[in-house]
Design a protein around this ligand. Structure first.
Ligand code: NDP
Ligand code: ZN
Length: 180
């Protein structure tokens, strides 16, 4: 059973790397985008203490439908119903304007499933650390600060999910003087 799980995780990582191959992060170094989804999965195992395989797979796949040509049907065929459903919970509706999507993330956070909340926490933690590490191309310091303030409102709806991840996020918000 163990060998099968290892194989599934590596297959999933490979799938994400292929899907995101032409995409880069917004930093000046143009870091490959797949570093983000692998980093989110790594936060879940190393800091969150998570070993739920579907949660790790959903972390690896969480931006494939939103940002690449991947469909939920394809995810379901490749990785099963459980993983596909989780990714669906993590996918913004791209037909909506950006501001509306950001408002919906705040409104929907508290209604997400426990497993989706875990990935959301790790995703926010990764992105906030990334912003602290390097300011994206073309972003002002004000925009970075606004992003922290928006993220704090999303994270407020994810409370009571994972103490380690929430403590790490709290610390980042305190550092920035942002109230949750
Ligand atoms: P965006 O939503 O445009 O960008 C942040 C997202 O980009 C993250 O959630 C992350 O999403 C991804 N990302 C990629 N690379 C990085 C990186 N290196 N570090 C962190 N995140 C990264 O940002 P805003 O929330 O600021 O944009 C909100 C709206 O405001 C947009 O419509 C924007 O056009 C507008 N705007 C705001 C300005 C301001 O001063 N506040 C100025 C100009 C425009 P993922 O996890 O999916 O990769
Ligand atoms: Zn993400």
């Amino acid at each position: 059973a163990y060998a099968k799980i290892v194989k599934e995780i590596v297959r999933c990582t490979n799938f994400a790397a292929i899907k995101h191959k032409d995409q880069r992060r917004k930093d000046k170094q143009k870091t490959p985008y797949v570093n983000h989804v692998i980093g989110v999965a790594h936060i879940l195992v190393s800091e969150g203490g998570i070993s739920d395989v579907s949660v790790i797979q959903a972390a690896l796949l969480h931006d494939t439908v939103e940002d690449t040509d991947t469909s939920f049907y394809e995810l379901q065929a490749e990785f099963g119903e459980d993983v596909a459903t989780l990714v669906k919970e993590l996918t913004d509706d791209k037909s909506l304007p950006k501001a509306e999507r950001k408002a919906l993330q705040i409104a929907h956070a508290q209604h997400a499933s426990y497993r989706a909340k875990l990935v959301k926490l790790a995703d926010k933690l990764y992105n906030l650390r990334d912003l602290r590490r390097a300011t994206p191309e073309g972003w002002t310091e004000e925009r970075v600060q606004e992003y922290f303030e928006w993220a704090a409102q999303v994270v407020a709806g994810l409370k009571g999910t994972n103490p380690a991840l929430e403590e790490a996020l709290d610390q980042l918000f305190r550092e920035r003087g942002v109230e949750m």
